[in-house]
Design a protein around this ligand. Structure first.
Ligand SMILES: [Zn+2]
Length: 218
């Protein structure tokens, strides 16, 4: 076989979801697309099927409206995607054929386990719970993008050529392009949703409540 070694590329998609503002509570209820329980159940099904390693941290604040001090530190997701240019098969016309293979090898997800401040009311706890679910849903969106695109790329048409060097060059290029495309899709998702602050702009399974903590009015 003339085709030379396999390629491995690691992609790090890093998303820092930012925190909270003092927005009025009323705005989040009107934009909620389906119940939070449905969204959470859908996220659970997605994440349980993936190699997710969680890093949970408790967020303690002096008061509700101080939480935006933590902006950028509340949540992040890193998706490691490996791309591989396999040795080709040979068809009846003695042409080489194959396509790059993509695998999600590890997902690191950093999320708050709880958001706390002193003397929380029931409304405070409810607002914090919505924010936790919204943060998780935004981060799950990054995983959803990666899994959807990996599935699409792994089903893409074969590269078919009688020239083994052309096969190698093409499939390696496709492997790199696929990883770059997954990274671009992640960036576009963060641009669209403003890292979750405007998750209501997303459509379909990606849509969800905004990640801003809506501090109940006193
Ligand atoms: Zn993000």
């Amino acid at each position: 076989m003339i085709v030379r070694g396999a390629l491995t590329t690691l992609l790090l998609v890093i998303c820092g979801t930012t925190g909270a503002t003092n927005a009025p509570a009323a705005t989040s209820a009107t934009q909620e697309p389906g119940s939070l329980a449905e969204i959470t159940a859908s996220d659970n099904a997605l994440l349980h099927a993936q190699p997710v390693v969680y890093e949970l941290h408790e967020v303690r604040q002096p008061r509700c409206d101080a939480i935006d001090v933590r902006e950028g530190e509340l949540a992040e997701t890193i998706v490691d995607v490996r791309s591989h240019a396999p040795f080709p098969d040979v068809d009846k016309q003695l042409r080489y054929f194959g396509r790059p293979e993509f695998t999600i090898v590890r997902i690191h997800m950093r999320l708050p386990s709880r958001i706390l401040w002193p003397a929380m009311s029931d409304a405070d706890r409810a607002a914090a719970a919505v924010t936790l679910a919204a943060l998780r849903h935004h981060e799950a969106g990054h995983v959803r993008i990666a899994t959807d695109e990996v599935a699409r790329l792994n089903a893409a048409p074969f590269t078919v050529t009688p020239d083994p060097e052309a096969y190698r060059v093409t499939v390696v290029r496709r492997a790199n392009a696929g990883v770059e495309r997954i990274a671009r899709l992640q960036e576009a998702y963060d641009t669209l949703t403003d890292h979750g602050r405007r998750q209501d702009r997303a459509s379909g399974e990606f849509r969800g409540p905004r990640t801003e903590l809506a501090c109940p009015r006193r």
